[in-house]
Design a protein around this ligand. Sequence first.
Ligand SMILES: [Fe+2]
Length: 287
Amino acid sequence: MTLTIRELHPGLGAEVGGIDLREPLTAEARDELRAAWSRHGVLVFRDQDITDEQHVAFSRHFGNLEVLPERDYTEDRLPEIFILSNVDEKGEILPTDSAAVTFNSLTWFWHTDSCYRAIPSRGAILHGIDVIEGGGGETRFANLKQALAEMPAALRARIDGLKARHNFVWMRMHRDLAPMKPEEAASVPPVEHKLVRTHPDGSQSLYISPVYMERIDGLDEAATRALVEELTEWASRDRFVYEHVWQPHDIVMWDNTWTMHLVMPYDHGHQRRVMHRTAIAGTEAVL
Ligand SMILES: [Fe+2]
């Protein structure tokens, strides 16, 4: 088996060919994929009709797996599988005001996954099962290493050394979602992360997750919102962003330590969108 790796965008993203994810991964292919994942930030595998068990088995090659704090959206049988879906158990499209649909709309805001943990996730692997066709539902990824490297000096000087408070419970209140169960809320207390992050290899990136950022060090509410907006606007410019247009059974795997992402808005009410995700646990704090 020979892997092929083709760049998708000058900033980040590569498509991997010559692999069947239903088959066990060889140690050699695993090492090549780990290197490509670190280098390109986002890897795309086309036409991979895998089961949830195969999805979990593939994901385990890259680290331990997280379980989402909200168990309503994880699979009972395999809690490592987080379900993003607008379809009920009978296969009917859910009403647009249902809790699951509102929860899915959170992905329309820029974020990095599990920034609300002291050690955020290393990455995620998303399987597009039913995808939106004809516009909407694309996933955009931004390269936060490049966004920092090219940042105007004046903006950079304002964020060096600052920390931001990321808060899952605040985000939910702020977005008018139903309150969490007390034991779920208690499992995700607010955490602080630096805005400029240094990675184990010495490289640096911006570390932001706009929808979860409750407060930046030393700034009041209004100044926090203004700076979060300015950083988001900067980092989401076209030259830093790869947009993934989904085809059925695409698998997209991203590095969560130096990219952020969002889903382009789509019509919840007319087309099925069913995605299964695993999250690979991080191994280090944001330093
Ligand atoms: Fe996400």
